[in-house]
Design a protein around this ligand. Structure first.
Ligand code: TXA
Ligand code: MG
Length: 308
């Protein structure tokens, strides 16, 4: 089913959907300005209509054409783009990112992905591309081509194979509220890395209305999920972090060396594998909260239905 960049761009131009690799997770992409194409993305995901999409662009110039980004956001874009950071600012060009893609908000979320295939598509298409993660709503984000195809491949006119996603965790989403920067979704760029560039950002997560897409149960496998488990039960599929129980079957090692970036890259693929395994429940080792751990624990708590 693998297509090339040219086929993907002509599908986008026809208002059709494309499976698009990024460095974070696979996206289900469409022309951000085409409301009918955006509607088909929501249909494919089975997504509730209060979840606005990210507009993907090649870089800062293209972002500034559609969004008002203040000086701090521009500094962050210079530091982390192309890369896994999404910035939310007032919309400047509502024809490039239609109302439906923004769910009627007067703001837009923009990001320049680092994956060379995504960059090639964006450069050739020349306009913003709306792309949520390519999973069906409520399921883990796909981090491999095969998983993306399994989730929403039936709805895509073209699908690009960019290999396994390097980061494996969605982008960090940063908004502005009352002149402050607010972490709306922890992600691949850590709070600490952001604060090194712009100083302290608002502490709390912008849950609920200020971050419309953050449903409590969002990344859920179908089996029950237990967190912070150091002594897994015999019938569980176990996601270990650091040293794993020796010789235990049904164990998935997120990172034998305790590396959070490696664990992030493996997280969604292992949740899926555990879900497919013969384990009757999924148990996960404690993950430290530092750095990328904040985003990993956020996804795990959502998957376990503990947030909200
Ligand atoms: O890494 C990623 O960000 C991936 C890849 C494909 O780029 N995309 C992704 O999209 O995770 P999605 O739709 O699954 O998540 C978009 C997030 C949601 O939490 C949504 O609420 C937030 O961005 N968002 C989008 N527009 C927003 C806005 N105007 N204001 C506040 N939050 C917004
Ligand atoms: Mg998603």
């Amino acid at each position: 089913m693998g297509a090339d960049v040219e086929q993907a761009v002509s599908a986008l131009l026809r208002g059709e959907l494309v499976i698009l690799p990024t460095e974070t997770v696979y996206g289900l992409a469409c022309d951000a300005g085409a409301a009918r194409a955006v509607a088909r993305v929501f249909e494919a995901k089975g997504r509730p209509q209060f979840n606005p999409l990210i507009a993907h662009v090649t870089g800062i110039q293209a972002a500034l054409a559609i969004a008002d980004l203040d000086a701090r956001c521009r500094k962050l874009a210079e530091a982390f783009w192309p890369g896994p950071l999404t910035l939310v600012g007032p919309i400047k060009d509502a024809s490039a990112v239609c109302d439906l893609a923004r769910e009627g908000l007067d703001t837009v979320a923009v990001r320049a992905p680092a994956h060379p295939v995504a960059q090639a598509v964006l450069a050739a298409f020349g306009r913003p591309v709306a792309a949520p993660s390519a999973n069906r709503s409520g399921r883990p984000s796909p981090t491999t081509f095969a998983d993306a195809i399994e989730e929403t491949g039936d709805f895509a006119a073209a699908a690009l194979d960019g290999g396994p996603c390097r980061v494996g965790l969605e982008s960090t989403v940063l908004g502005q509220a009352g002149g402050e920067l607010v972490l709306l979704r922890p992600g691949a760029v850590t709070r600490q890395a952001i604060e090194q560039i712009v100083g302290p950002i608002a502490a709390g997560l912008g849950e609920g209305r200020s971050s419309p897409g953050r449903l409590a149960r969002h990344y859920a496998p179908s089996k029950p999920l237990r967190l912070q488990v150091t002594d897994p039960s015999p019938r569980a599929a176990y996601l270990a972090f650091g040293a794993a129980p020796a010789g235990r079957p049904l164990t998935f090692e997120l990172s034998p060396s305790g590396d959070l970036a490696e664990a992030a890259a493996n997280l969604f693929a292992f949740l899926r594998a555990a879900d497919r395994s013969e384990g009757s429940v999924i148990e996960v080792a404690p993950i430290p909260e530092a750095g990328l751990g904040e985003a990993i624990n956020d996804r795990l708590q959502r998957a376990a239905g503990r947030v909200g």
